[in-house]
Design a protein around this ligand. Sequence first.
Ligand code: ADP
Length: 306
Amino acid sequence: MEYAIEIEGISKRYGDVQALQQIDLRVGKGEIMGLIGPDGAGKSTLYRILTTLLLPDEGSASLNGYDIVKDYRHLRQILGYMPGRFSLYQDLTVEENLEFFATIFGTTIKENYHLIEEIYVQLEPFKDRQAGNLSGGMKQKLALCCALIHKPEILLLDEPTTGVDPVSRQEFWQMLKRLNTENITILVSTPYMDEAAMCDRVALIQSGEILTTSTPANIRTEYQGQLLSLKSQDMYHLLKTTRSLDGVMSCYSFGERLHVTIDPETSNLEMVQSALSTKGISKVEIKPIEAGVEDIFMQLLKRSDA
Ligand code: ADP
C-alpha cells in the first residue's frame, strides 16, 4: 500500500505529562482513518505535530512524502486542518471567512468551488451572517469548507463532531465519505465510538499510546470472551452481584443495561442466570450480544492497565 501519512516513534512531553509515547501509525492514500480515544489521550497533540505547529521530542513523520520538519512550508499547502476548537474568525461573515482562507492559500472560492459546493449550498442563505452567530453544526460546516478551499491532498480533522447534534454529525460523515471519493486522505479524531464504523480503519489511542489499529469489522473479532447484556429493576444490586460471580471477566454499566463478559470455557448464559437466581435476583432480562467498539475499547484499556 502507498502511504499518505507515515508516523514513526513520535513522542511529546509537556513538563511532567507524557502526551505521546512512541507513536507509530500509517495511513494509506485515500483512506479514512479514525483516531479514537477519550479526552487527554493525545489526539490534538498529534494533530499539532502533523500540521507542523508543534515539534516532537523524538520520532519523525511525513505526509505524502514531505517531512514535518524539513518540508513544513510545502506541507502547509497540501494539508487541510480543522482544529478542535473553531478556527473561524467570529466577527467575519461566512463568506468573508471563506474568502480569507482562500486568499491566504493564493486561491479563490471559485477555483475549488466544486469541492465545497454540496456543503456550501447549506451555508449560502447565511453567507452574510457573522460566523460567531452560527449554530454549532453550521460553524462546523463552514470550518470544513475553509479547510478544503485550497484543495488539500490530506485532511486532518480534530474532533470535528464534538458537541454537534446527531443529525449534523451524520451529515458531516456523509460529506467526508464524498470527499474521500475525490481521493483526499482523511485522518479524523473523535471521542464517539459509534463513528468508528464510518472509517476504513481505526486506531485506538489512550494515554499517548496506540492500543490497536484495525478495521472496524476486524476489531470486533479481537474481543475475548462472550458478551451478555443484562437488565433488571435494581441495576445497582445486579451490578454488584454479577461482579462477584465465577466466570465473569468484566461487568460495567452501559446506558440502561449491564455489559457482562464471561469466559465461555467456564460459564454460559444459563449458568449466570441460575447463579443470579440463587443470590435472589430472578427477574433478569439477559441476552447474548455482539461487542461494539466501546466494549472492545474497554477491554483493551483493561488489558493495557494490567
Ligand atoms: P486529546 O486531544 O486527546 O484530548 P491532548 O493532546 O489535548 O489530548 O492532551 C494530551 C495530554 O497532554 C493531556 O494530559 C493534556 O492535559 C496535556 N496537554 C495538552 N496540551 C498541553 C500544554 N500545552 N501544556 C501542558 N499539557 C498539555
